[in-house]
Design a binder for this molecule. Structure first.
Ligand SMILES: [Zn+2]
Length: 168
């Protein structure tokens, strides 16, 4: 188990569509543990594999609600309900906050770290975190939801992060 380097906005890794995971074994479980450690070290509430340079459909979430970290492999949304706006941040785009409209309630089907299929219902922050991380698996980022005003506001900041990504 080791901490992984977080890829920053501008890194091509964040823009690729990730591959489906065909088997969850010890290598995947080790990666999940390292991702959880990395997420906690950066005080994030979610982390997707492409954010640590791995283009596979794996994400981890921990919204600090006492339910502990959760790992999802190959997640798909089977149902959504009600939309809400909320400001989101991203460990790959530090200090940038974008208002994103997303379903408030979702049912997600995924494989867990024990290689078992699960289907769970999430609402509020948990639903949001899952959808944010799922976006990463398709190469989608919060800046893709930004209004012109938000893009204007963060233009310099984003350029700065891109430069950092090159030297990372
Ligand atoms: Zn993110």
């Amino acid at each position: 188990m080791s901490q992984l380097k977080i890829r920053l906005y501008g890194d091509p890794c964040l823009r690729q569509k990730c591959d489906t995971v065909t088997d969850v074994g010890s290598a995947e479980r080790m990666l999940i543990q390292s991702m959880i450690q990395t997420m906690h070290a950066h005080k994030g509430i979610g982390l997707a594999a492409p954010q640590v340079g791995i283009n596979r459909r794996i994400l981890v979430i921990d919204i600090n609600d006492g339910q502990g970290p959760l790992a999802m492999i190959n997640p798909t949304i089977v149902k959504t309900n009600r939309y809400a706006d909320m400001e989101e941040g991203c460990l790959s785009i530090p200090n940038v906050h974008i208002v994103v409209e997303r379903p408030y309630e979702i049912i997600v089907r995924y494989t867990n770290a024990d290689n078992k299929e699960e289907e769970k219902r999430f609402t509020e922050l948990m639903a949001r975190a899952v959808q944010h991380e799922m976006d990463h698996l398709d190469g989608k980022l919060i800046v893709d939801y930004a209004s012109d005003e938000e893009l204007d506001k963060y233009r310099d900041k984003l350029e700065e992060i891109k430069k950092q990504a090159k030297n990372n």
